[in-house]
Ligand binder design. Structure first.
Ligand SMILES: [Fe+2]
Ligand SMILES: [Fe+2]
Length: 171
């Protein structure tokens, strides 16, 4: 079985049918991360670059935190129940969440240093983008595919609903 979070079953898009909440989150984060990545590739004055970076971080931070919390509260416990307490996928993903949070704080802090440490900001942003991309890819395999191939359709529906409800609470 495939597809609570996006693949299709029997010609119907499960994403459309069930709201596709996790992958929607990932896509929204990807847009912000893409903007963060692009900032260092386009020519811009330092002042404009600083403003763009501040704006991206301000939008990305709550989006990302809400997403990490929803995964920790809803999806990780479901995975743990399925795999047992000894499964190392969960500590691995949790540890990545902590690294993502640490990176976000570090990057935000760098923006307020004087003089602005552009080289460090550039390197730190690149590492942050790489970490986020790696994390979302890992989640596709370690989290979403495992849940999708082991849980019943009704259980998946319940998880998707909790995720969606939680998204509304945060918004
Ligand atoms: Fe995650
Ligand atoms: Fe995620």
């Amino acid at each position: 079985m495939q597809g609570l979070f996006g693949a299709s079953i029997g010609g119907h898009s499960m994403g459309q049918e069930w709201g596709n909440p996790v992958r929607e989150d990932h896509e929204a984060i990807e847009v912000q991360v893409g903007a963060l990545d692009a900032i260092f590739k386009v020519g811009a004055t330092p002042q404009n670059r600083w403003l763009a970076l501040k704006w991206i971080i301000r939008s990305l931070k709550p989006l990302l935190e809400a997403h990490l919390e929803k995964e920790e509260e809803i999806l990780f416990p479901a995975l743990q129940k399925l795999l047992g307490v000894k499964a190392n996928a969960i500590p691995f993903l949790k540890e990545q969440h902590q690294r993502i949070r640490g990176h976000m704080r570090h990057l935000e802090g760098l923006l307020y240093n004087q003089p602005i440490p552009w080289e460090e900001i550039t390197n730190s942003s690149q590492r942050f983008v790489d970490l986020l991309k790696e994390h979302e890819q890992k989640e596709d395999h370690l989290l979403l595919e495992v849940l999708e191939s082991n849980l019943k359709r009704t259980e998946l529906l319940k998880l998707a609903e909790s995720f969606h409800q939680s998204a509304q609470r945060v918004a």
